[in-house]
Design a protein around this ligand. Structure first.
Ligand SMILES: [Zn+2]
Length: 252
């Protein structure tokens, strides 16, 4: 046995013991199954839930959008850019429940607006009746949010979904393939900003994402940039964390 594998075996024995000790009587079975099959077993229920959604990103994306659909567009809310509690860029998915004017308070997810239960779960498996007032978001919604603002980090899952074929040329995807918004986000802002909020999220999620080979992507970006430069100055963006540890996009 190599040093690495004996280190890992020992670490996993300890992690599994810690996890099982902390596990409540009721815990989502697929999450536990996933945790125990990881090369490095997550040592707490919370980390197990996070790992589950990070590794099932398309499911997290679908779930977050389904939960948002359950909340619907808050009365009186419209997608606007800039100002207190709002994103400064059309590149960031609109999040009405992060706006103080529409926030539902602790125990409700600031991404989808629905109640949050133990371990950031979206259903009350424990039949406690009340949401977890210490929680401000679902584990699934956090994973989805990260995916929406930085989809390239999940290029493997997106490539697999396309059976490793380029979405534009149909050729085999190369290692340098890139994630692209089928309908560019500036056009979502320009043409669809009045769509119901839960539908808007789909433009950041899997329905509007495709993986294309670099050559095809460069052509598409050039065409889009030429079109955009007529009305908007191109800006550069970076992903940072704000004061509450929330990932946001900032202009550079
Ligand atoms: Zn949520």
């Amino acid at each position: 046995m190599t040093t690495t594998s004996s280190w890992r075996t020992l670490r996993n024995v300890q992690a599994r013991a810690r996890l099982e000790k902390a596990l409540p009587a009721i815990f989502p079975a697929p999450v536990l199954q996933h945790a125990l099959a990881r090369p490095l077993i997550p040592p707490t229920p919370r980390l197990a839930v996070e790992s589950y959604w990070r590794n099932h990103i398309l499911r997290a994306d679908r779930l977050a959008r389904a939960l948002a659909a359950r909340s619907g567009t808050p009365e009186g809310w419209t997608w606007q850019i800039g100002g207190a509690g709002r994103a400064g860029s059309f590149r960031l998915p609109p999040a009405p429940f992060r706006d103080p004017a529409f926030a539902r308070g602790r125990g409700a997810c600031c991404i989808c607006g629905q109640p949050v239960y133990r371990f950031g779960w979206h259903r009350d498996l424990w039949a406690g009746g009340a949401p977890n007032t210490k929680a401000g978001w679902h584990a699934a919604c956090v994973a989805a949010w990260k995916f929406w603002i930085a989809p390239h980090a999940q290029v493997r899952a997106l490539k697999l979904r396309q059976r490793h074929r380029c979405a534009t040329s149909g050729k085999r995807l190369l290692r340098t393939a890139e994630v692209d918004h089928t309908l560019p986000l500036y056009r979502v802002w320009r043409e669809h900003r009045d769509a119901p909020w839960p539908d808007l999220l789909g433009y950041w999620g899997a329905p509007n994402l495709q993986v294309v080979n670099r050559a095809a992507h460069v052509d598409k970006c050039r065409d889009e940039a030429a079109e955009r430069s007529r009305t908007v100055q191109l800006a550069r963006f970076r992903v940072v964390e704000d004061a509450s540890g929330f990932s946001v996009v900032e202009e550079e």
